[in-house]
Write a protein that binds this ligand. Structure first.
Ligand code: ADE
Length: 339
């Protein structure tokens, strides 16, 4: 008999990718958090199934690691259809998307991750495909060019992005359903880690759950990664239980503090504080000062720093807050109050 939290067969070699797949929830009722999005998606799926219609195209946005891909797999499964996974960076030419679309079956899903990285030619090939299930193939060049129209299977596009503002309006408006994933609450993070620890057979106590949840940046992908590293640590050090002391020691060794800040987070904040007198500092200047890509700072580090209230964005650049200064042990500066 299967238990309510179904336990997948863990692969014998337990390599990282296989473990990640094993931890992924496969049904809505196993997926913790994002309650409003889940409710809306259930209605969308339920209505389309009743009408025997293909699902509307879906756009999911929000910071990375919150479960956009996982939701896409769940939707396809709940719909009883196949899913093909690709990403905005993998699709270079119109022909790349053309061959994927013609290879789909009726009712299938296509998931495009990092959809803001699609180039114009691929994006424009998607327009008639999304609207009329039609592929326009241009043959020849200049005045003698002809358009050949190929009928496509009725598919549903699920697109995910961390940068919704980079999507062109005509593209964005072609998605009938749009959802924003939010950072998880502390309580939800604890439940996600509890579930993963059970699946990995890692005994973990309540205090360690709290510590790990707090260090996971409200992000399940990070929680699962840290849990695996803590499991390694406990195993090597012969600790039968992941306790608070073990969790603290392992996180310190990884260079991760109690709020989940890593060396790059600290560098971003201390650079603004010290090189730019607390800001405002331009993103590119910060990136150059710490030797990191500006996109990475914006997509990977900033959302969490802003969520913590450690960093603010103004029209003139980024500023560090007093809370961040306190956390890093930097002197807070008193700014003159303007009368
Ligand atoms: N693993 C990763 N994300 C999850 C979620 N939202 N719920 C349950 N397990 C997860």
């Amino acid at each position: 008999m299967s238990s309510p939290t179904h336990k997948p067969d863990l692969p014998k070699d337990q390599d990282e990718k296989a473990l990640d797949m094993a931890l992924r929830p496969v049904r809505f009722d196993e997926y913790i958090g994002q309650e409003q999005t889940k409710k809306n998606l259930s209605i969308l799926v339920g209505a389309a199934r009743k009408r025997k219609d293909p699902l509307e195209h879906i756009l999911i946005h929000g910071p990375s690691g919150l479960g956009k891909t996982t939701l896409a797999y769940i939707i396809a499964k709940e719909f009883g259809a196949g899913i093909r996974i690709t990403s905005g960076t993998a699709l270079e030419k119109a022909g790349d998307i053309g061959s994927i679309l013609t290879g789909l079956n009726d009712g299938d899903f296509l998931f495009i991750d990092e959809v803001h990285r699609l180039n114009k030619a691929v994006e424009e090939t998607l327009y008639p495909a999304m609207e009329n299930y039609q592929l326009d193939i241009i043959i020849g060049k200049g005045t003698s060019a002809k358009t050949l129209q190929v009928a496509l299977p009725r598919f549903t596009l699920i697109a995910a992005t961390t940068r919704i503002s980079l999507l062109a309006n005509p593209f964005r408006s072609r998605f009938g359903a749009q959802y924003k994933l939010e950072f998880y609450t502390h309580g939800e993070m604890k439940e996600i880690i509890r579930r993963s620890a059970k699946l990995l057979d890692v005994p973990i106590d309540e205090a360690a759950l709290d510590i790990l949840a707090q260090a996971s940046r409200f992000t399940p992908r990070i929680a699962n990664r840290l849990l695996k590293r803590l499991r390694d640590f406990a195993q090597v050090k012969d600790h039968a239980m992941l306790s608070a002391a073990v969790a603290r020691e392992a996180l310190a060794l990884l260079g991760i503090d109690e709020l989940g800040l890593e060396i790059t987070d600290r560098k971003i904040l201390s650079t603004i504080a010290e090189n730019f007198q607390g800001g405002p500092a331009g993103l590119k200047s910060i990136a150059a000062a710490i030797g990191e890509e500006d996109d990475t700072i914006e997509e990977v580090y900033e959302p969490y720093l802003m969520r913590l209230g450690f960093l603010t964005r103004t029209a003139r650049g980024r500023m560090i807050t007093d809370e961040a200064r306190k956390h890093l042990g930097l002197a807070t500066i008193s700014r003159p109050t303007l009368l």
